[in-house]
Design a protein around this ligand. Structure first.
Ligand code: G6P
Length: 418
């Protein structure tokens, strides 16, 4: 099979190559096609990937292209992990909102909207190229904001799309470590939207052990949420790390204003990773990659590829079309829940009724995502303003107006309609 990575010049590519090497007996990849718009990054990551494959005894050939059509041609699976504007754009997404005392985060709040505005038009080009090259190809999207991007891909008429996030896999490992068991024995009742999820039950061999985890180990569970253990115990569910941006918004903003934002740390990590990738004695995934949020994302991505290719029917937590899964959302919303995976389709599994504490925020952010997608696809200052006004972390017209102007000015080079 030909596996194409769009955004192949990303520093995450060795994460995927590491997975390919580990799973070479189960996942048959004959060609790894890297696509990127930056030829220097493409060359560096292709060389690093070749060294890793060779060292791991993997026979796949690595090809490179800056042309989407050529990269997509003949691909069975297209994995998309691109970042329009690079880390510099992320830095502006994370710092501009702070000027208005709003959260500085790459996917949540105003920064997430800016990222969606830049990313969706490029993703529509990707889906177009894939549809022309091979309408049966699967697109796995790891590009943020995953919920909005997945919805854009589905709306473009390509059904074979799965949005992927490492959040559920991270919690599965986290709980397994606390329980001191193999992660494969742990399953989650994981519900919500991308970067807006809660773990409502944690099954160990079929038994819900979350009440026990919260009663006995809340102090070990809570750090993964960014929230106090006492709050997590009171909630009785485990919110994802992205929920602390809502539940402790002002606290987080004050901290960011004083200490800076994540983009600055990531830029330093990336510079060092690229230095290591350029060293032709390095042929293994660097330890430093574990300091990125998407560390181990190949576990989830490759496991999903195995199910898509074999049709083994195993469930995966994915971003998929809602249908009637969460009845209080539109059918075409994208939700992040356990989904059944066959060779032909991914479909959400039934979800137990969602309690108001969670449902309200899910519905609110879904409405924002809908407006954000409208703004990204059709452009226009008014659409951007409305998406910001609809976001639960913004909500005031004066702030939404100011942020609209600031974000549009900063993203002028990346918005086709400006
Ligand atoms: C997790 C999420 C990604 C997110 C990343 C941030 O892996 O699944 O959606 O982009 O963390 O990591 P970073 O190292 O870029 O801050």
């Amino acid at each position: 099979m030909k596996l194409t990575i769009v955004g192949g010049g990303s520093t995450y590519t060795p994460e995927i190559v590491d997975g390919l090497v580990r799973l070479r007996d189960v996942l048959d990849v004959g060609e790894l096609a890297l696509h990127d718009v930056a030829p220097d990054r493409l060359d560096a990551l292709a060389a690093m990937s070749r060294r890793m494959l060779r060292a791991g005894g993997h026979p796949a050939e690595v090809t490179t292209s800056t042309d989407l059509a050529a990269a997509a041609d003949g691909a069975g699976i297209v994995l998309v992990q691109l970042r329009v504007g690079g880390q510099q754009a992320r830095l502006s997404d994370e710092t501009i909102p702070l000027r208005c005392d709003c959260l500085g985060q790459e996917t949540t709040g105003a920064g997430g909207l800016a990222k969606a505005l830049r990313t969706v038009p490029v993703m529509l080009d990707v889906v177009e190229a894939v549809r022309k090259a091979n309408p049966d190809a699967w697109i796995i999207d790891f590009t943020n904001p995953v919920g909005i991007v997945t919805r854009a891909l589905l709306q473009a008429g390509h059904d074979r799309v799965a949005g992927l996030c490492s959040a559920a896999a991270v919690f599965q490992r986290h709980f397994a470590r606390i329980l001191d068991v193999d992660p494969a024995r742990v399953a989650l009742d994981h519900v919500g939207l991308n970067h807006l999820t809660w773990e409502r039950r944690v099954w160990l061999d079929g038994e819900d052990v979350l009440p026990r985890l919260l009663a006995e180990h809340a102090d070990r569970v809570a750090p993964a949420t960014g929230l106090p253990a006492e709050l997590v115990r009171r909630l009785g569910t485990v919110p994802s790390y992205y929920l602390h941006y809502y539940y402790a918004h002002d606290e987080v903003v004050a901290r960011q204003q004083e200490h800076g934002v994540r983009a600055q740390e990531v830029m330093a990590i990336e510079a060092e990773l690229l230095r290591q990738y350029a060293d032709d004695t390095v042929a293994a995934k660097p330890e430093l990659l574990t300091r990125r949020g998407g560390a181990h994302y190949s576990d989830a991505a490759l496991d999903l590829m195995i199910s898509l290719l074999s049709g083994d029917g195993r469930p995966h937590v994915l971003n998929v079309r809602n249908g009637s899964t969460l009845p209080f959302l539109p059918a075409d919303a994208v939700v992040e829940v356990p989904a059944s995976v066959t060779a032909d389709a991914v479909a959400p599994l039934p979800v137990d009724p969602v309690e108001p504490l969670i449902a309200g925020l899910i519905a609110h952010v879904t409405a924002y995502e809908n407006l954000a997608l409208e703004a990204a696809v059709h452009g226009g200052r008014d659409r951007v303003f409305k998406a910001l006004l609809a976001h639960p972390l913004i909500g005031q017209y004066a702030v939404a107006d100011e942020l609209t102007d600031l974000l549009l000015a900063a993203n002028r080079d990346h918005l086709p309609w400006l």
